[in-house]
Write a protein that binds this ligand. Structure first.
Ligand SMILES: [Zn+2]
Length: 100
C-alpha cells in the first residue's frame, strides 16, 4: 500500500500498490476519499520516461564503444613499444657491424 495525502484537503489515505504503479505510469486521475482529483505529475510530460530510457541506452552504448577503443589503443601502444625495442636492437646490431 502507498500512503498519500490529498493535496487539496490534506486527508491521508492509502492506495493499493498496483493502482499506485498504474497511476504513476499513466498519469490518470484518482481521488481522495473526499472526492478530490489527484494525479502524479511525472506522467504529464509524454514520452519522458522513454526519452530517459533511450538516452540511458545511448550512453551505455557510447561507454561500451569508449571501452573498446581504449582497449584497442592500449594494445597498439604495447605493440608500438615492442616494435621500438626491435628497431633499437637492430640499429645497435647494424652499428656494431659497421664498426668492424
Ligand atoms: Zn481531498
Amino acid at each position: 500500500m502507498k500512503h498519500e495525502t490529498c493535496c487539496v484537503c490534506d486527508m491521508q489515505f492509502s492506495i493499493p500498490d498496483n493502482v499506485y504503479k498504474a497511476r504513476l505510469d499513466d498519469g490518470k486521475s484518482f481521488y481522495c476519499p473526499n472526492g478530490h482529483a489527484q494525479y502524479y505529475t511525472k506522467a504529464i510530460i509524454p514520452g519522458l520516461q522513454k526519452r530517459i530510457r533511450d538516452l540511458t541506452a545511448s550512453l551505455n552504448a557510447k561507454e561500451s564503444n569508449r571501452f573498446h577503443w581504449k582497449t584497442k589503443a592500449e594494445q597498439l601502444a604495447r605493440r608500438l613499444s615492442a616494435t621500438k625495442g626491435v628497431v633499437t636492437k637492430l640499429r645497435k646490431q647494424y652499428l656494431k657491424k659497421g664498426k668492424k
